[in-house]
Design a protein around this ligand. Structure first.
Ligand code: ATP
Ligand code: MG
Length: 422
């Protein structure tokens, strides 16, 4: 029988990588604190309608990428492909409009999309999601962009490009849509099949096509900016002025649209040169019509989602620092069997003092235990034998220099802690 492997497009995050993830999430947590965002944990699956209505039926995500299944009672459920719709659902369900607005939330966890797996693109991937709900003020858009930029800066990322656009609102977008259709119509035959399909259903998404030829055609297409209503135009202006005020450099891209129907006004992405085709580390924008789309009252919102895998890939590519790799500081080694019980106790004492420690349980020779200590990259070995126990000492060996000394049991913890510079 073949060994069962993980399904295509999902991956195990092993210890040599997971600590880097932890660093990214811890850093995000600190930035969230600084910006006044509270963490929430949301369900991994939701009613399918939440996504089909909230993201939009004619988007890639809903049309082709969702993991949808019936549960045992026949309800249609979907593994979340993103978090924004769930965040808004959570806000509505818990009556958060009664709180001080905007309500500022963040979350991190796995998302699921049936996509063609490749570097930086998986079927289960992690997103960091940051949302501000209940305010339409352009300063909140600015705050969200600033959050992303500051987070990536804190992580040590460089050469990132912030790209912004406005996708307008239901008042001004229909006029643009027609102008776009007129332009696209004259190039219809040259578009890819998918875009020909998009032409009637959601022509704005043609702007988002990854096909080179479609991109080429769309280079000369009219931009939404020329069609914005006064309100959207003023809003966009204020966001851009804010970015200039805060020293955030950005590029305007008339063809930047989010793949999701609920976005209004600001759309932005942060791009990295390191990632090739999968170059977006983060995408976000305003979605003033999402709450209504899922059956709630009008609740404006703005937020972004960043892919953890892509952040880590970019950081690795740029040689960024991930902080301290977790590892054992102290290895307790037993010189002879009579010291085994004392060794177990010492190990537990060291651990309770919050120093990372380990030992061998398989009865290896002292020299094998010391090899194991080096393998685990321990800094110190605490060697215990009958001689040490008699004298009330521990032989402490510096595994880098090989130097060793006897340290009295009473001062052992102080000695260890002085040694281990964290
Ligand atoms: P793309 O254009 O790369 O498909 P998207 O527009 O579908 O991205 P969003 O829905 O905005 O992406 O998700 C936000 C972020 O989540 C992306 O910028 C990316 O970092 C990450 N992301 C999206 N899909 C995947 C995936 N399949 N695997 C890994 N990360 C992903
Ligand atoms: Mg996508």
């Amino acid at each position: 029988m073949d060994i069962i492997k993980a399904p295509r497009g999902v991956r195990d995050v092993l210890p040599d990588e997971s600590w880097k993830w932890a660093y990214v999430v811890e850093t995000a947590r600190k930035v969230a604190d600084a910006f006044g965002y509270d963490e929430v944990h949301l369900p991994i699956f939701e009613h399918t309608e939440l996504f089909s209505r909230g993201i939009g039926d004619s988007t890639d995500v809903v049309e082709k990428e969702m993991y949808t299944f019936k549960d045992r009672s026949g309800r249609s459920l979907t593994l979340r492909p993103e978090l924004t719709a769930s965040m808004v659902r959570c806000y509505l369900e818990h009556g958060m409009s009664k709180r001080v607005q905007p309500v500022k939330l963040w979350s991190v966890g796995p998302m699921f999309r049936y996509e063609r797996p490749q570097k930086g693109r998986y079927r289960q991937f992690w997103q960091l999601d940051v949302e501000a709900l209940g305010s339409g003020a352009p300063e909140v858009d600015l705050e969200i962009v600033t959050f992303a930029v500051y987070l990536f800066g804190t992580l040590g990322l460089s050469n990132l490009e912030v790209v912004v656009n406005s996708v307008g609102c239901p008042a001004c977008r229909p006029v643009y849509r027609e102008a776009l259709k007129e332009y696209v119509g004259s190039n219809y035959d040259e578009l890819c099949k998918t875009c020909q399909n998009r032409f009637e259903r959601n022509p704005l998404r043609i702007l988002d096509c990854k096909n080179e030829h479609c991109r080429e055609i769309m280079k000369e297409s009219p931009g939404m900016v020329g069609y914005l209503c006064d309100e959207c135009s003023e809003h966009f202006q204020k966001v851009k002025e804010g970015m200039s005020l805060l020293g955030i450099s950005y590029k305007e891209d008339k063809n930047l649209v989010r793949g999701l129907d609920y976005y209004t006004k600001t759309a932005f992405e942060v791009l990295s040169g390191e990632l090739g085709a999968q170059n977006a580390v983060c995408g976000g924008g305003r979605y003033d019509n999402l709450a209504e789309a899922i059956g709630g009252p009008h609740v404006p919102g703005v937020g972004f989602a960043a892919g953890i895998e892509r952040i880590v890939l970019t950081m690795e590519g740029q040689g960024c620092d991930f902080g301290r790799k977790p590892g054992i500081d102290v290895f307790v080694a037993i010189a002879d069997d009579s010291a085994r019980k004392a060794g177990l106790k010492l190990l537990y004492d060291i651990r309770r003092d919050k120093v990372s420690a380990d030992m061998d349980y398989s009865g290896k020779s002292l020299s094998s235990q010391l090899k194991m200590a080096s393998n685990k990259k321990a800094k110190l070995a605490c060697i215990l034998g009958s001689a040490e126990i008699q004298k009330g000492v521990v032989t402490v060996k510096d595994l880098a220099s090989g130097l060793q000394e006897e340290v009295h049991q009473n001062s052992l913890m102080n000695h260890i802690k002085q040694y281990i510079v964290r």
